[in-house]
Design a protein around this ligand. Structure first.
Ligand SMILES: NC(=O)C1=CN([C@@H]2O[C@H](COP(=O)(O)OP(=O)(O)OC[C@H]3O[C@@H](n4cnc5c(N)ncnc54)[C@H](O)[C@@H]3O)[C@@H](O)[C@H]2O)C=CC1
Ligand SMILES: Nc1nc(O)c(N)c(N[C@@H]2O[C@H](COP(=O)(O)O)[C@@H](O)[C@H]2O)n1
Length: 227
């Protein structure tokens, strides 16, 4: 199956949480890490999140640096990479910041069981593609994105989508900034949630690098997918 090069980028607390138990976003990264994230966004063809992240954070997922936006335009790209939402039931609010902020294409990936009125409303804001019947079929979705010209895909969470992508063997690398805060909370989302592996299986990783950034550490991992 052809698919893009796919990496996850996420910020987590020293105790492995990516938001509070109320799913409120907190500042984990400092200015240098936010700038690194901006560079990653700028160099990607698309940035993808799950509907849970859209509903919790209402992110815009835009490139923030004016200079980088200019550079993208000079190279003949839109100011922002394509913004992709994985949203089985087409629940994305039509006034979401992803639609309101910044120029560039948006794609919402829904399943064939998504309510048709919702899909119709979203089609006015974005390209809607269908993959899967009750839930988005991620391998199919990744192949469709590849056929649309997306070669480098940045996944910005959340926890459930990270699990689904990793457990489907669809992730090449993971970049986690571990910040100098504790969030706590038994049900606070972690880097990877979902149902977890059924037995003692684990997904092996190879460490690419570990770099101190301000008071945190950036870990880069290569995913050694099961053969
Ligand atoms: N610190 C960080 O870097 C980041 C933190 N977050 C946090 O993560 C939390 C959101 O994470 P989640 O609630 O886990 O939502 P999520 O963003 O992972 O979206 C999951 C939802 O996507 C939908 N979906 C459709 N097809 C799917 C499939 N095949 N597999 C899996 N999901 C599929 C389902 O409705 C599922 O509930 C928020 O609290 C947000 O603040 C999100 C992004 C980055
Ligand atoms: N890298 C990083 N560090 C943090 O400390 C964070 N809280 C996040 N959050 C992520 O950024 C998204 C917001 O993006 P926009 O500023 O709206 O473009 C948010 O949804 C989280 O994915 N990231």
């Amino acid at each position: 199956m052809d698919r893009p090069f796919i990496f996850i980028n996420s910020a987590m607390s020293a105790d492995g949480k990516i938001s509070t138990w109320q799913r409120k976003q907190v500042r984990i990264s400092g200015a240098i890490d936010f700038d690194r994230v901006d560079r990653l966004r700028c160099g990607s063809d698309a940035i993808m999140v799950g509907i849970g992240t859209v509903l919790a954070d209402d992110p815009s997922l835009t490139v923030k640096s004016v200079q980088r936006k200019i550079e993208r335009k000079e190279k003949g790209f839109d100011e922002n990479p394509v913004r992709v939402i994985i949203d089985s039931q087409a629940r994305t609010p039509i006034d979401a910041d992803i639609f309101k902020k910044g120029e560039g294409r948006r794609i919402v990936v829904v399943s064939s069981s998504a309510p048709s009125e919702n899909v119709k409303a979203l089609r006015r804001k974005a390209m809607v593609i269908i993959a899967g019947e009750s839930r988005v079929d991620l391998p199919d979705a990744m192949e469709q994105l590849y056929l649309l010209g997306i070669n480098r895909l940045m996944v910005e969470g959340g926890a459930t989508l990270n699990w689904a992508m990793l457990s489907s063997g669809l992730v090449d690398e993971i970049y986690t900034f571990v910040g100098n805060v504790i969030i706590g909370g038994q049900v606070a989302p972690t880097l990877v949630d979902g149902e977890g592996f059924k037995d003692t299986s684990t997904l092996p990783l190879e460490l690419i690098s570990a770099e101190k950034i301000e008071q945190g550490i950036l870990l880069k991992w290569k995913v050694l997918n099961f053969q």
